[in-house]
Design a protein around this ligand. Structure first.
Ligand code: ADP
Length: 309
């Protein structure tokens, strides 16, 4: 194989009760990438369409992740990467993760699969680290493994792919405001009270149990974030009214996607997802804010191969 074209999907991290540990993969929203072998060694980003992002391999997360893989697995030729960007950087639905995961997935395929998807997470995380300053796997893991994932530990890296009921659907609303990840991090208090911690790990444990038993009512009661959302939601316009309208329209839960400004709702089935999307549109429209809205089942496959030659 000389060249591979892939779909690198967007993803939702945190998922209310799972700050920094839970994530799920989306379907119709994502970038396309072409990764091609080159005679000369090293990694080159040869094309970026759709957004103004760095071509420098040490600054673009796709380049950083690719170099991390090739450091561990040297070879006598190189690779060039084309990125067709649809996921806006900084929207909170894993734009950088899609590029980092896509690059290592593509190179691994062209090398004849020396690494498992689980092993690729570590390389993709190095790319993520270049974007946010700290390594995190909650977006790259669901993109590489598909479905819903739990990052039990970063050092050593341990990621678990969780059960995800086929009826589970997501609605994503991206209000087009600028919210820097660094600002969304700064607003967080460094300490958590015992009372809140107990509530949160109760919710996280119950949410995971509910995924396995397909108990949607338990899932709904557990999709609560008592630690991060009360602080971060202040940075997102209309958050409380959007949440109220999503829940009234039948959503199982509603929260901030990653560090925002995107917000997400989870629903049982596609029909409720449609109603939730309509309710969110109605609620946000009077504000005059620009926004994008997407509906998506959980993507169980993760990255998809579009073609290869
Ligand atoms: P998101 O959650 O949407 O990925 P981040 O804040 O984590 O948002 O990452 C976006 C940052 O990563 C931006 O500063 C962007 O310039 C940088 N970046 C570097 N390479 C890429 C890439 N290939 N795709 C998206 N963002 C990239």
């Amino acid at each position: 194989m000389e060249e591979i074209k892939i779909f690198a999907p967007a993803s939702v991290a945190n998922v209310s009760c799972g700050f920094d540990v839970l994530g799920f993969c989306l379907d119709p929203v994502g970038d396309e990438m072409i990764i091609r072998k080159t005679a000369s060694k090293g990694v080159k980003i040869s094309k970026i369409e759709g957004q103004d992002l760095p071509y420098d391999v040490n600054k673009n997360v796709a380049g950083v992740a690719a170099l991390a893989l090739l450091n561990a697995h040297p070879c006598d030729h190189g690779f060039e990467i084309e990125i067709y960007k649809k996921i806006k950087a900084g929207s909170g639905i894993g734009s950088s993760a899609a590029s980092a995961a896509g690059a290592v997935f593509g190179i691994n395929a062209l090398l004849g699969q020396p690494y498992t998807p689980h092993e690729l997470i570590a390389f993709a995380m190095e790319g993520e680290s270049a974007a946010s300053g700290s390594p995190h796997a909650d977006n790259v893991a669901p993109v590489l493994l598909g479905g819903i994932t739990l990052v039990r530990s970063i050092h050593p890296l341990e990621v678990i792919q969780l059960s995800s009921p086929s009826e589970l659907n997501a609605v994503i609303l991206h209000p087009k405001i600028e919210l820097k990840t660094i600002h969304a991090r700064e607003i967080l208090k460094k300490e958590v009270s015992m009372e809140k911690a107990i509530q949160q790990w109760g919710n996280l444990g119950a949410f995971i149990a509910a995924l396995y038993t397909e108990d949607f009512e338990l899932m709904s009661r557990s999709l609560n974030d008592v630690i991060v959302e009360p602080m971060r939601s202040l940075l997102i316009p209309e958050f409380d009214s959007l949440k109220k309208s999503a829940i009234e329209a039948g959503a199982l839960g509603f929260g901030i996607s990653g560090s925002g400004p995107s917000v997400f709702a989870l629903t049982k089935g596609d029909q409720i997802a449609k109603s939730v999307a309509n309710a969110l549109k109605k609620t946000i429209s009077p504000s005059g804010l620009n926004y994008d809205i997407h509906r998506s089942p959980i993507n169980h496959q993760g990255i998809k191969v579009l073609s290869n030659q």
